[in-house]
Design a protein around this ligand. Structure first.
Ligand code: 5GP
Ligand code: ZN
Length: 141
């Protein structure tokens, strides 16, 4: 899982492709998205190649989670934005284009026109209970 030859983010980590770096640790890198949804749109990722969030080892997930609040604050300050969205896509159907796990931090402004098509639904009778029991089989809770 160390590196993938045809992965654009591995190439950025290796320095084969340039980036506008904003933050770096031994395990993590953050840089400006090449196609920003707004100025300051930042990507935070582990340097090691993992395709999806569910594959991350606990310790690396911990490092990622620990870095996120401060970096989100920095993105907001630097971009002088009113808020940020923190977004993480897994799988093509969820909008993932680069199969190297990464977190988007997107500066937001009132009236910027960005946003999800948020279409709330509701559960059928018993459906939520059934889903929770499936969780319980996995989490034991
Ligand atoms: P995804 O859709 O996988 O969640 O997001 C991939 C993001 O990576 C996109 O927002 C895209 O603009 C960004 N991206 C793709 N290639 C490059 C690149 O070569 N450099 C940088 N800085 N960002 C990239
Ligand atoms: Zn990669």
């Amino acid at each position: 899982m160390g590196e993938s030859n045809d992965c654009v983010f591995c190439k950025i980590v290796d320095g084969q492709i340039p980036c506008y770096k904003v933050f770096e640790t031994e395990e993590l890198l953050a840089f400006l998205d090449i196609g920003p949804l707004s100025a300051g749109h930042t990507l935070l990722l582990p340097k090691k190649h993992y395709a999806a969030m569910k594959e991350l080892p606990d310790s690396l997930a911990g490092s990622l989670g620990q870095a996120l609040p401060q970096l989100a604050g920095a993105v907001q300050t630097v971009s002088k934005s009113e808020g940020v969205n923190i977004l993480q896509n897994n799988g093509r159907c969820a909008g993932q284009e680069v199969d190297h796990v990464h977190i988007h931090i997107i500066p937001r402004f009132d009236g910027d026109g960005l946003g999800f098509r948020w279409k709330p639904t509701s559960y059928d009778e018993g459906q939520a209970d059934e889903i929770c029991s499936r969780f319980a089989e996995i989490t034991g809770k």
